[in-house]
Design a protein around this ligand. Structure first.
Ligand code: KDG
Ligand code: MG
Length: 403
């Protein structure tokens, strides 16, 4: 079998997705996700100009060799653009191999280790009462794990704090980034009150999660971890900027609060210290940003020997293709933790017919050969690319800050 064509399809059924289609001389094709939210066109150029020409004529079955060729062979290793481009190709190659074997992808990864994949969804609110209502509503819809965020009094609702969390993550239409305001001293005392109210109202039989979006310093995160301990959170996510792996040591020294990080990591090297020194409990890499199925497996296999569990990033900007690959890995690996799942717009589902399914808080990969996700190119044509960005954050005095 030989690769005869590589198409890169950019479409925006509610948000921008970069999708790779690898075509072979035997009529089989595979699909991959290569979306980097807010930097989509950089991956498109990388794929079209620098990857596709090198792969035409190659055997699509040599997945590991092609991964190494694109990783080591580029000389310029790692980084979100390179690793998303590799991911797009890698997912498509696994899709082709599993279709050729007439097996769902998880069978090629060793078969099932579990019967279903637990997900968490998001709830946000303008105040604590609204968040309590939202969490109760999701409980009624079957969710066993829920991420809770609340707006900060005195600040306008911002990304990942208020009711618009999913909308902000899913429906960004602004042509340039919006600028938001952050104040740690207003946030820190509020979060324990939120989780106290949640435990009082929804009880202890539900996993509660919280995302800090990289906004604290290590000692601030340690304080928050200690304050949250009585409410037994499933995890505290992205407590500090992810680059500083040593910073997690300070948090760890002060709290037994489980810690999660990794949604912006691209390779095992970004989390090697965090995992081998057992500074975290959940590693949140996802197929599209960590070099595809091959990259994800390398990281999760490494994590498994240090008791670190998986938790694939799964917001709306991780397309249904990458979600499908995540779910196949989720059912197969021994150290699965949880899967983030925000759901998708109807237009997104129209564009990506898929075999995986969601029901009452749990996902299934489906039994279709391959990873089970396709792209309807006629539907994609109806939704042209529209520039969109994540917001940036500033302190109240105007200083640009992490989020
Ligand atoms: O593109 C980045 C967003 O998807 C990300 O900020 C969402 O933090 C996020 C999460 O946990 O899903
Ligand atoms: Mg997050």
């Amino acid at each position: 079998m030989k690769i005869t064509d590589i198409k890169v399809i950019v479409a925006s059924p509610g948000r921008n997705f970069v999708t790779v289609k690898v075509v072979t001389d035997e009529g089989l094709y595979g699909i991959g996700d290569a979306t980097v939210n807010g930097r989509e066109k950089a991956v498109v150029a990388y794929l079209q100009d620098h990857v596709a020409p090198c792969l035409i004529g190659r055997d699509p079955g040599r997945i590991e060799d092609i991964w190494q060729y694109l990783y080591k062979g580029a000389y310029w290793r790692r980084g979100p653009i390179t690793m998303a481009a590799i991911a797009g190709i890698d997912m498509a190659l696994w899709d082709i191999k599993a279709k050729a074997a007439i097996m769902p992808l998880y069978q090629l990864l060793g078969g099932r280790s579990r019967e279903r994949v637990m997900v968490y969804k998001h709830v946000g609110g303008l105040d604590i009462a609204e968040v309590v209502d939202g969490v109760q509503a999701l409980r009624e819809q079957g969710l066993d794990a829920i991420r809770a965020q609340v707006s900060i009094p005195g600040l306008p609702p911002i990304y990942g704090t208020g009711p618009s969390t999913d909308q902000a993550a899913g429906g960004m239409v602004q042509a340039l980034p919006t600028e938001e305001v952050w104040a740690t001293h207003k946030y820190l005392p509020l979060v324990p009150k939120l989780f106290e109210a949640l435990r009082d109202n929804v009880g202890w039989d539900v996993h509660l999660l919280h995302d800090v979006h990289h906004r604290l310093t290590p000692i601030e995160a340690a304080r928050l971890g200690k304050d949250l301990e009585p409410f037994r959170l499933f995890w505290l996510e992205d407590a500090i900027p992810a680059e500083l792996q040593d910073g997690f040591r300070i948090i760890r020294q002060h709290t037994t609060q489980p810690l999660a990080v990794g949604e912006i990591f691209n390779t095992v090297w970004d989390c090697q210290q965090l995992i081998s020194e057992q500074l975290i409990d959940y590693i949140r890499v996802t197929s599209v940003h960590a070099g595809g199925v091959t990259g994800l497996k390398k990281i999760f296999d490494f994590a498994s020997i240090y008791h670190v569990r998986s938790a694939c990033h799964g917001p709306m900007d991780v397309s249904p293709v990458a979600m499908g690959c995540n779910i196949h890995v989720d059912v197969a690996i021994p150290n699965f933790g949880i899967q983030e799942y925000s759901g998708y717009t109807e237009a997104t589902h129209d564009m990506f017919p898929c075999a995986w399914s969601y029901e009452r808080g749990y996902l299934q990969p489906g039994e279709a050969p391959g990873h089970g996700v396709d792209i309807d190119e006629a539907v994609a044509e109806k939704y042209p690319y529209a520039p969109a960005y994540l917001p940036v954050a500033r302190l109240e005095d105007g200083t640009l800050t992490s989020w």
